[in-house]
Design a protein around this ligand. Structure first.
Ligand SMILES: Nc1nc2c(ncn2[C@@H]2O[C@H](COP(=O)(O)OP(=O)(O)O)[C@@H](O)[C@H]2O)c(=O)[nH]1
Ligand SMILES: [Mg+2]
Length: 314
């Protein structure tokens, strides 16, 4: 069964890929083995992260970007961290199985991730789903977030290229949003350019970028799109490709991917340790006694933690 899934993914069976993703998502027993066996086959896909406030048009834009990549002969995987993302490729709200079946283009694989569960878990699972699509042989994997919360920023900032989508007329919230996502944007897209305030937003983004230049070598382009009308999408894909070339030629890609590996491994270690601590320390009757001692002020938290950590690390 496990071997079937692994072999199936490597043989480009969409059903096998779908099953592998489900295994990862539901933390099925065979998930770890599947990931281990497929890991050597990953590292070839280019990962694009798309973030921005809800309603900015990320899904609409993702859909159009995917179609443009198809025109350019590339296969595309979409990981939407939002079960309600509408995709014209046949996506049905919340119904992932049907979404898959109805997707008429064999060169596009769409999967939405449920946002329930721990956010840390979500980012790890997203990374695993990206790897599965990568092993399957997909050229471009697009990860679309719901909004711009910290966990979502964490998810997309490990992409090879990160695009931030903003829209004009967002008022004051934009200040807070921009402060957080400015550093992670390799590309900026002003979507809903059919609305008023495009020039002003463009100037605001430009000013912020000039105040906090991220790199001298790469100046994030600011594109304008009307995603719902497929306008400006070719330019956006050109910019993504330019950034991909820059990332490869400057060796920045290897640096970022190394960073991604560190983040992932660190998160995986933390998770295992947390699970161990919960089982072997926190949820034991011995620890209930320690809690009582703490309540009576017979010991202090620092001493308790020191003792536990030194015991565990041995
Ligand atoms: N006026 C206008 N509406 C757009 C544009 N792009 C997307 N929309 C609409 O904005 C709404 C939210 O789009 P969606 O892609 O779901 O946003 P997301 O939450 O960022 O993924 C939908 O009704 C889209 O049809 C655009 O360029 N102009
Ligand atoms: Mg969306």
């Amino acid at each position: 069964m496990k071997l079937d899934i692994v072999a199936g993914v490597l043989n480009k069976s969409r059903l096998a890929l779908s099953k592998a993703i489900t295994a990862v998502e539901n933390e099925q027993e065979d998930a770890v083995e599947i990931m281990c066996k497929l890991y050597p086959h990953t590292g070839n896909a280019y990962v694009l992260g798309i973030t921005g406030p809800p309603g900015a048009g990320k899904s609409t834009l993702t859909d159009k970007i995917a179609k443009e990549y198809r025109k350019r002969g590339k296969t595309v995987g979409i990981v939407a961290i939002d079960p309600t993302s509408p995709y014209s490729g046949g996506a049905i709200l919340g119904d992932r199985i049907r979404m898959l079946e109805l997707s008429s283009d064999e060169g596009v694989f769409i999967r939405s991730m449920a946002t329930r569960g721990s956010l840390g878990g979500l980012s790890q699972k997203t990374a695993e789903v990206v790897k599965l699509m990568d092993a399957f042989g997909i050229d471009i994997v697009i990860v679309e977030t719901v909004g711009v919360g910290q966990s979502e920023v964490d998810i997309v900032k490990t992409a090879d290229t990160t695009m931030v989508v903003l829209i004009p007329g967002m008022g004051d919230d934009i200040q807070a949003i921009k402060a957080g996502i400015l550093e992670i944007g390799d590309l900026f897209t002003i979507n809903k350019a059919d609305r008023e305030g495009v020039d002003r937003l463009n100037i605001e983004i430009q000013m912020m970028l000039e105040l906090n230049p991220k790199s001298v070598a790469w100046k994030p382009p600011i594109n304008r799109t009307i995603a719902s009308d497929n306008q400006g999408v070719v330019q956006v894909v050109d910019s993504i490709e330019e950034h991909a070339v820059y990332m490869r030629e400057s060796k920045e890609l290897a640096v970022r991917r190394a960073e991604r590996i560190k983040t992932e491994i660190s998160a995986m270690i933390n998770e295992q340790i947390n699970r161990y601590i919960a089982k072997e320390v926190i949820n034991t009757s011995g620890f209930d006694n320690t809690v009582k001692q703490l309540q009576e002020r017979e010991t202090n938290p620092y001493a308790v933690v020191d003792e536990i950590v030194s015991k565990v690390l041995k």
